[in-house]
Write a protein that binds this ligand. Structure first.
Ligand SMILES: Cc1cc2nc3c(=O)[nH]c(=O)nc-3n(C[C@H](O)[C@H](O)[C@H](O)COP(=O)(O)OP(=O)(O)OC[C@H]3O[C@@H](n4cnc5c(N)ncnc54)[C@H](O)[C@@H]3O)c2cc1C
Length: 221
């Protein structure tokens, strides 16, 4: 299905024209975001924890230490909310109150489950590495059996989700367009700097293409 069916919980209320449930749009934002934030309630206290994720088809994977409070809690079927946000620009209006941001964001609701299957766990951990640095897996030591067993992986179906996207110039009050104040957008993008080699690099080690050619994908590129 091209659309993730909206539910009462994922129906946009404010500025709904910026909302979408288009599956490809949701996936693209999750794929571009390096991190997500996971919200859940433990012992009556809400937590929102930043973490690395990856998407494989219609599932989101999270990983971490077996003892992680977040993963232990979520593995018990506690409801969660995952958000991912890409800030594309600062929107400068003529009036203070109409300043805004251009962005693409995703909200995924649901419950996650512990991944028990060893091969699914391995694939998810590989996918997390590739999500951050595509092509990296080919040149590193892959996770050992012990490392895989010592890592908790959770899987969350992306079947209750929404995206919201703002693009374009500021929206000022009609009367304010006459104010001679600069207005527009300062585009922002995440860019990689030059790689810095580990001082303990084995002599003669060359920088692989996945590193020297590293670029963050961006809607604007
Ligand atoms: C970088 C950034 C800055 C923002 N700054 C502000 C701000 O300063 N003030 C403000 O009021 N709002 C801000 N927003 C928008 C905010 O995320 C909500 O969209 C907004 O608060 C109103 O949504 P709603 O009333 O429809 O939300 P709700 O009724 O709370 O949400 C209903 C459903 O709509 C969907 N939804 C709502 N917002 C989003 C979203 N951003 N992405 C994906 N799905 C969404 C979810 O499925 C949610 O469950 C910002 C968004 C981003 C990404």
């Amino acid at each position: 299905m091209a659309t993730i069916p909206p539910t009462t919980r994922t129906t946009h209320r404010r500025l709904p024209h910026r909302g979408t449930h288009d599956r490809a749009a949701v996936h693209a934002i999750l794929d571009e975001a390096l991190v997500c934030h996971v919200g859940f309630v433990a012992d009556g206290q809400p937590f929102v924890i930043p973490t690395i994720h990856t998407r494989v088809e219609d599932r989101l994977y999270l990983h971490g230490a077996v003892a992680s409070r977040m993963l232990t809690t979520l593995g018990q079927g506690v409801p969660l909310c995952v958000t991912a946000t890409l800030v594309d620009g600062l929107v400068l209006a003529r009036s203070a109150m109409h300043h805004s941001m251009n962005y693409r964001s995703v909200v995924v609701l649901g419950t996650a489950a512990d991944v028990a299957d060893f091969e699914e766990k391995r694939r998810a951990l590989h996918a997390i590495v590739e999500h951050v640095v595509p092509g990296r897996l080919a040149s590193v030591r892959p996770p050992s059996e012990n490392e895989i067993r010592g890592t908790r992986v959770l899987s969350l179906p992306i079947d209750e989700a929404s995206a919201k996207i703002r693009t374009g110039p500021p929206v000022d009050d009609e009367a304010d367009y006459a104010i001679p104040c600069w207005a527009g957008e300062i585009p922002l993008r995440l860019t990689a700097g030059l790689p810095v080699s580990d001082p303990k690099l084995s002599p003669g080690t060359t920088v692989p293409q996945a590193v020297w050619g590293y670029r963050r994908p961006t809607r604007r590129s």
